[in-house]
Design a protein around this ligand. Structure first.
Ligand code: PA5
Length: 426
C-alpha cells in the first residue's frame, strides 16, 4: 500500500548500511518492549486483537445509539485525544454536505467565541457528547465539557447522562470519577497507550464510527501495516526506511521537515502527524521541527520560502496513486483562457504533475524530498498510514536516543497554567 522513494542522495544506502545494526537493535527494543518508555507500547499489537474485544462491540453499540438519537456528536478533547479522529473525519467527509451525524470538535482551545457559537448552534440540534481525556484533568476539555454538559442538562433534563460518553482512564482521574458518579457510558484509554498513539482505540474509533467511517476497515489497514512492517530489514520495511532517512537528513543539518499533501482532505492528517513526531521527538534539545503545507494552495504562499529561503528544510510528500473521484478538463471552442492543451486530461493527472514538477524545482533549490507513494485514500489506508507513522516515529525517536512516549514539555505548560490560575496544589 506504501512505498518510499528517496532519490536526492545517491550515497544514501552506504549511510543507511552504517546504521543497520542500530536499526536492528532498536527493532528488538520495540518488539521486545524493553527500550525507553516501553510501558507505552500497547499500540504495537493492538490491531491484532482490538476488533475482537468487547470494547470494540461497545463502540459499535454506542455509535449506533448516537446515530439513532443525535444529529450532532460533540467530541471534546485536545492533542492526542482529538487529532486522530479529526484527521480521519476530515479525510472522508464531504465538505459540502453532512451524511448522517455531524461530528464537531471542541475543547481543543480556550476560545469563548467558539464555545458561544457552538452553544447557539447546538440549541437547535439533538446532540450527544463524547468527552475524551486520558488524564481526565486537562483544562481545555474540562472547561468545554462543563459548559456543554450544562446545555445538555438544560435540554434533556434527567436523561442527559444517557447522551454522554466518556473516554478516559479505566481507574483514576477527575473524568473517571465524574463518569462513575453520573453513570456515563465509559470507554478506556489503555494505560499502555499514550494520547498521540491512541487513535486506533475508542479515542479515535467512536467518533470515526459515528462520522460514517468503517472502523473495521481502519483496523484491517493497521493490521496489514503491522504485518508488512514486521522485519528489521530497513530495505524491506518502509516504516524504518522513512525513519532512517529523516534521521540522516537531520544529522546532515536539516532542522525542519515539512509534510506536504496535495489533497486538502489530508490537512488534518498533517496536524495529527505533527503532534506525533513533534511531541515524541522534540526532547533533550534535539529533534526535527515538523511542519506542514497543503499544496498546491501553499505553493502560492510558503512555496517562495521553500524554494529560496534558509536551506534548513526537507520535504516529505504524500503522493496518492488512485483517486476515487476525478474529472476531465472540458474543451471549449474559443480557448480564450488557453487551457485547451489540457482538454480531456484528468484533474488528478494535473495535480500529480504539479507534485512532480514541484519536487524537481525544490530539489534544484537544495530541498531534499522523501516521497511516500500511497495507493489510495480509503478507510483502510487511513489505518495503514496511522500505523506506518506510529512505528516510524518509535524507530526515529530511538535513533535519537529519546523516549518517544512521554511529553514532559507539555506537562510543564499545564502545571504552570494551573499555578497561574491558582489551582490547589500547584
Ligand atoms: O499525546 C499526548 O499524550 C498529549 O498530547 C495529550 O493527548 C493531551 O495533552 C491531552 O491529554 P488528556 O487526554 O490527558 O486530556
Amino acid at each position: 500500500m506504501i512505498n518510499i522513494e528517496y532519490k536526492y542522495d545517491p550515497t544514501i544506502n552506504e549511510k543507511i548500511d552504517l546504521l543497520k545494526k542500530r536499526i536492528s537493535e532498536n527493532h528488538s527494543k520495540i518488539t521486545n518492549k524493553n527500550g525507553l518508555g516501553s510501558e507505552f507500547l500497547g499500540w504495537l499489537d493492538l490491531p491484532k486483537y482490538y476488533k475482537d474485544s468487547s470494547e470494540f462491540n461497545e463502540i459499535i453499540k454506542a455509535g449506533d445509539q448516537i446515530k439513532k438519537d443525535s444529529q450532532v456528536l460533540v467530541v471534546i478533547g485536545i492533542g492526542g485525544s482529538y487529532l486522530g479522529a479529526k484527521a480521519g473525519y476530515e479525510m472522508f467527509k464531504n465538505p459540502f454536505k453532512t451524511n448522517g451525524v455531524e461530528v464537531i470538535f471542541a475543547g481543543h482551545q480556550l476560545s469563548s467565541k467558539y464555545l458561544n457559537n457552538l452553544t447557539e448552534y447546538l440549541m437547535t440540534k439533538d446532540f450527544s457528547i463524547n468527552v475524551i481525556s486520558k488524564s481526565g484533568t486537562t483544562t481545555e476539555p474540562a472547561i468545554s465539557f462543563r459548559i456543554l454538559k450544562n446545555l445538555l442538562e438544560e435540554k434533556y433534563k434527567d436523561k442527559a447522562y444517557q447522551r454522554i460518553y466518556a473516554t478516559t482512564d479505566e481507574k483514576k482521574g477527575a473524568l473517571h470519577n465524574l463518569s462513575i458518579e453520573n453513570k456515563y457510558k465509559t470507554f478506556v484509554v489503555p494505560d499502555n497507550i499514550g494520547g498521540r498513539f491512541s487513535v486506533l482505540t475508542a479515542v479515535g474509533l467512536l467518533p470515526l464510527y459515528v462520522g460514517g467511517i468503517n472502523i473495521n476497515d481502519v483496523l484491517d489497514g493497521a493490521l496489514e501495516a503491522l504485518n508488512d512492517f514486521s522485519t528489521d530489514d530497513v530495505y524491506k520495511n518502509p516504516a524504518y526506511y522513512y525513519a532512517v532517512i529523516r534521521y540522516l537528513l537531520y544529522k546532515s543539518g536539516k532542522k525542519v521537515e515539512i509534510l506536504a499533501n496535495y489533497e486538502p482532505e489530508m490537512a488534518y492528517f498533517s496536524e495529527w502527524w505533527k503532534q506525533l513526531f513533534g511531541e515524541s521527538e522534540g526532547k533533550d534539545l534535539q529533534g526535527l521541527f515538523v511542519s506542514s503545507v497543503n499544496f498546491t494552495t501553499d505553493l502560492h504562499s510558503m512555496g517562495q520560502y521553500i524554494q529560496e529561503g534558509e536551506r534548513i528544510l526537507f520535504e516529505t510528500v504524500i503522493k496518492v496513486k488512485d483517486h476515487s473521484s476525478d474529472l476531465l478538463i472540458p474543451k471549449v471552442e474559443n480557448d480564450i483562457d488557453e487551457l485547451n492543451y489540457l482538454a480531456g486530461k484528468k484533474l488528478s493527472y494535473i495535480n500529480n504533475t504539479a507534485l512532480e514538477a514541484t519536487l524537481i524545482a525544490h530539489e534544484d533549490g537544495q530541498v531534499p524530498n522523501i516521497k511516500i507513494n500511497l495507493d489510495e485514500i480509503s478507510h483502510k489506508s487511513f489505518g495503514y498510514l496511522v500505523y506506518f507513522f506510529e512505528l516510524s516515529c518509535a524507530m526515529s525517536a530511538y535513533l535519537l536516543n529519546v523516549n518517544p512516549f512521554n511529553q514532559p514539555g507539555v506537562e510543564a505548560y499545564k502545571k504552570k497554567m494551573f499555578n497561574l490560575l491558582g489551582k490547589k496544589g500547584y
